[in-house]
Write a protein that binds this ligand. Sequence first.
Ligand code: SF4
Length: 648
Amino acid sequence: MFDIKSIFSSDGVLSRHITGFRTRSQQMEMAQAIADTIAQHQVLVAEAGTGTGKTLAYLVPTLLAGGKVIISTGTKTLQDQLFKRDIPNVRAALKVPVTIALLKGRANYICHYHLERSLQDTHMSFINREEIHYLQQIESYAHISKNGDKSGLSEVPENAAIWQQVTSTRDSCLGSECPSYKKCFVMEARKQASQADVVVVNHHLFFADVMLRDEGLSELLPACNTVIFDEAHQLPETASLFFGESISTSQLLDLARDSKVEAIQSAGDFEGLPDAIAAMEKAARDLRLTIAEENTRFSLAVITQNTNFSIALDNLLEKLIVLTQLLESQAERSEGLENCWQRANNHSLLIKRWRDEAETQGYVRWIEVYNQALQLNATPLSIAEIFQRQMASSLRAWIFTSATLSVKNNFTHYTDEMGLSGAQTACWESPFNFAEQALLYVPIGMPEPHHKTYTDYVVQAALPVLRASRGRAFFLCTSLRAMQRVYELLLSVEQFDFPLLLQGQGSRSYMLERFRELDNAILIGSQSFWEGVDVRGEALSLVIIDKLPFAPPDDPVLSARIEKINHEGRNAFMEYQLPRAVINLKQGAGRLIRDEGDRGVLMICDPRLITKAYGKQIWQSLPPMRRTRELTEVEHFFKAATVNNREE
Ligand code: SF4
């Protein structure tokens, strides 16, 4: 057994090899707990406050223990950071000969088969001149690239529509039947992952492919003796997504597009197919058009009252069944047509199940409407049992870690939701001195959050604080509407010269870069900036939160889950809604203090923090900041910070 204490000590290997390393007792304890968990093949749920250094705390014991490891992260940024920087650094420091692979979802790799198909499609009806140019660049890149990862071709924007034509989906991949199988980038990435000691994935890939055993990844999980989830607070959401079933109109449009190309290339003499494809494509578009709203969710009960929707869904299914039959009759003519037939068949089964099955116990059916597409979903009311079953398949260690998993050091809501009964839980406080570094301010005189001009009150209360902080603030809102209103109100304030940045004016990384450069900006955002954002130093000295982040109770999945819990005689608000809001709030608040030298004010405008009995539980779950309701104290805090900085 290796000696964690000596490795993490002030004269240990980490101190000698890792730039900026400092011994922290919390980190050392966490590393020891993880070492024990791995040795005993147990389950550990570990919260580590900001600055604990949880990445090193799990990497060191994991690399030393050996065996195959999967590390899953919430974001691609953290995935890249682990693969390119953290794991190689720790490997070099510990001198352990482990191999590492980075595995992304298949949409990140160029697909030779679909690239060929797009290049051969002389009609090119679906792409414009710019995309033709992109297509040529992708073709050249596919010849020279070693891994086919689209992030290596920065000339083609990440969100360019052409990527959809030249990458595969689980549906459209021909697998071992594919003529390009031997040189396939996706298969090569998977082969490397199956041979590596440490595989870095993200939660979406883990649930979609590793846990649900997509073809080619079936050996990854069984071979592995440790699984680590970083940013594990995101798992309930991701697991719900993948343990359910869904089918969207965009999948049907993709099917129509691929069927057209395949029909032209392999069944040009079969006349019925183009009409059947066009009819199904139109029916899919018509279904989307039955709902005027966008970015909205509807429960089954609500949506089935819309007769146009029900008629359009029946019509789509009818046209899809006709297309399926025609594709079946031609399937033998090529692998591509065979694949289209299989997809059409699966899609029609999914739609039929969604439409016809009674609201089965344990699943909630609902739809989500986007700008261009509509998705039918069936989501499990509880993921606990499904996840438990997946975990039980063989003996290994499971580690769930994040800065935000508990409510006042209580993990019950998380372990219950994920089905982790019997797991060890542990909490390591941040090493930062929050009482010195941060102030929690809850303004006096705020109306209840449902007040119709609540956001106007928020801005009024925030103005003197923003002046005292000289901008340098994140203004985090719980809805897009409130975010827009805050922006308009701040724009109209006279003699208020701080630059305003509004979420959506550019990519998230661009907005953060601007924010850092400007040094006195106010960034107004909603969900995108609540987590995964790291601005150190003075540029971010104030975080304002408009309301406690309770999820909207009319969300179909949430309301079905609430109903289920209450029906069981439990209290859904205390057991489910409140813990989720606390975790969200801790994420938002966590943007403020990122370093030992950071100082700042967290302003939470919602009066329920004080007036409601549960408010105490919320602020007691936040880091131990000094608290005040006095504006003068906030102004004094910022003045003191300025003086301190000048003296330094
Ligand atoms: S195997 Fe699948 S991903 Fe690979 S080239 Fe063929 S279709 Fe594309």
